[in-house]
Write a protein that binds this ligand. Sequence first.
Ligand SMILES: CC(C)(COP(=O)(O)OP(=O)(O)OC[C@H]1O[C@@H](n2cnc3c(N)ncnc32)[C@H](O)[C@@H]1OP(=O)(O)O)[C@@H](O)C(=O)NCCC(=O)NCCS
Length: 177
Amino acid sequence: MEPNREEKFCKESRATKILRVFPSDLNDHNTMFGGKLMAYIDDVASISAERHARAECVTASTDSVDFLLPIREGHSVCLTSYVTSTGRSSMEVFVKVVAEHLRTGERMIAATAFLTFVALGPDGRPVPVPKVIPESPEEKKLHETAPARAEARKRHREQSKLLAEHLRPDRLWEMGN
Ligand SMILES: CC(C)(COP(=O)(O)OP(=O)(O)OC[C@H]1O[C@@H](n2cnc3c(N)ncnc32)[C@H](O)[C@@H]1OP(=O)(O)O)[C@@H](O)C(=O)NCCC(=O)NCCS
């Protein structure tokens, strides 16, 4: 087992997933189905979170998945993720989705996403995670801009909690007016 460390490099949590786009991955616009890509994003990001924390991790939130360009049949899709910044028990994970046209070799950033994972101890309560040391220009940029995203996330979480107070778990057809 790895010894617990107070700081870890971004590259230590890096995870990669490469897939070929098949006809069964497409939606009715003949581009890759967004829900399928989101599942892959959560999957690869969860590996980065657990590599960083070396503890059980759960997805606390996905702040954004930006679909920048359509992905089509004949492309390969490469998802890369790593932890960009941490709080006490939470980790921001960045995912970059690069599509490659397999015949021409043209590559493009097709989507990006930020997710937050929380590390849990054996009792299911949040536990501390190591800090992050960014090295490359991309890692440094994402690390520097993380506090602003964390602040926006905190505001969003407060608003979601307030909104949840007005929601009921009833099925729609059981709700009165
Ligand atoms: C995520 C979860 C463990 C947080 O538990 P909690 O009792 O609210 O914990 P706390 O309030 O002590 O927060 C713990 C950390 O999570 C962060 N956090 C909690 N909810 C968050 C959210 N929606 N978005 C971002 N961060 C969040 C807090 O900011 C805190 O970060 P820090 O330790 O770095 O300061 C809990 O809400 C949970 O289990 N959610 C369900 C997770 C799940 O089922 N995911 C899908 C399948 S993996």
